[in-house]
Design a protein around this ligand. Structure first.
Ligand code: PBG
Length: 355
């Protein structure tokens, strides 16, 4: 154990003149602290998750605020183009799309997920036409489209069916890839979905579509505000996602999930949620050295916002520290609702590297 070794060697030198090592010397001046900083945040580290809905008249003339996520809105496609422009200007590399589907269009099989003229493929086409240099990522999962709020198809008992769901996810992902999305991100946690999608893409000549696998996605209570934002909370009711998302108690199991997803053809893997799961991020990074992302989820964002609104914490300092901690833990990048705000803060401080 290296910690123990360095402890005993500094104790050894302390036998002479104490202290042999003054750790505070390097921390005295700002120049020195900057020079010795091991981890840095850049706007390139961020993926910005956004909620998109269809225009239906007066109610959507302005972006619609999400109550449990201050500063987060549901946008129409037109409004989203302005957000994309901001991302582009701030050098945020990727937008991640999450659709909000009206309750009357949700079905038990969530088949709207595979409609080539659906909200998501239309949004992808609009974004790629206007901002071809901006990366676009889409979620592969049925929960925005199902009347029961689960990520897949269910049987009479409410159990989420694996292989039947895969068939639906295949159609959903092909529609997204054909619309020109850069990265698909399966967040459903069905077994075998990465291999199935990779094969479907290969068979259809879609060899460039990247897959970012939600590999270690936990059955977490931190997703609450997101479910309000996409309107699946009410549908889900008291049922949980514990038969497919991971048990927060488990860590070895996360490594098995990541190993399978990489073997099945994932280009990048993800751990979700973020701050309470940084031990998992570090283990995954150490074990595989693969591009590893982490999702600072809605509940993490809401907690910082709520405490800041009460004047209990310094929002900017806490948010930036949380994001930095994710990189320090080994993440290559972070999905965060703070992306625009954080990039703006960096720019205001002159910390943005020249384009
Ligand atoms: C669902 C999905 C969820 C999130 C991203 N995709 C919620 C869930 O699994 O219930 C959560 C994101 C967040 O909380 O910010 N496929």
């Amino acid at each position: 154990n290296s910690d123990r070794l360095s402890l005993s060697s500094s104790a050894g030198s302390a036998l002479g003149a104490f202290p042999g090592t003054r750790m505070r010397r390097n921390r005295r001046h700002d120049f020195s602290r900057r020079m010795l900083q091991e981890t840095h945040l850049r706007p390139d580290d961020f993926i910005y998750p956004v909620f998109v809905h269809d225009d239906n008249g007066a109610a959507t003339r302005e972006p619609v605020a999400v109550g449990s996520m201050p500063g987060v809105h549901r946008y129409t496609i037109d409004q989203l183009l302005h957000v994309a422009e901001q991302c582009s200007a701030l050098r945020i590399p990727v937008l991640a799309l999450f659709p909000v589907i009206p309750a009357n269009l949700k079905t038990t099989d969530g088949k709207l997920a595979a409609d080539p003229e659906g909200l998501v493929p239309r949004t992808v086409r609009a974004l790629k036409a206007r901002f071809p240099e901006l990366g676009v990522m889409t979620d592969v999962a049925l929960d925005p489209y199902t009347s029961h709020g689960q990520d897949g198809l269910i049987d009479e008992s409410g159990y989420v069916l694996n292989d039947e769901t895969l068939a639906m996810l295949r159609q959903q992902a092909l529609v997204q890839a054909e619309a020109g999305v850069d990265i698909v991100a399966p967040s459903d946690m069905m077994d075998g979905r990465i291999g199935m999608l990779r094969q479907a893409f290969e068979e259809n000549g879609l060899i460039h579509t990247q897959i970012m696998a939600y590999s270690a996605k936990y059955a977490s209570a931190w997703y609450g505000p997101f479910r309000d934002a996409v309107g699946s909370a009410g549908n889900l009711g008291k049922s949980s996602k514990k038969t497919y998302q991971m048990d927060p108690a488990n860590s070895d199991e996360a490594l098995r999930e990541v190993a399978l997803d990489l073997q099945e053809g994932a280009d990048m893997v993800m751990v979700k949620p973020g701050l309470p799961y940084l031990d998992i991020v570090r283990r995954v990074k150490n074990a595989f050295g693969a591009p590893t992302f982490v999702y600072q989820v809605s509940g993490e964002y809401a907690m910082i916002k709520a405490a800041a609104q009460n004047g209990w914490i310094d929002e900017k300092a806490v948010a930036m520290e949380a994001l930095l901690a994710m990189k320090r833990a080994g993440a290559n990048g972070v999905l965060t609702y703070y992306a625009i705000q954080a990039a703006q803060w960096m720019k205001d401080e002159g910390g943005l590297p020249p384009a």
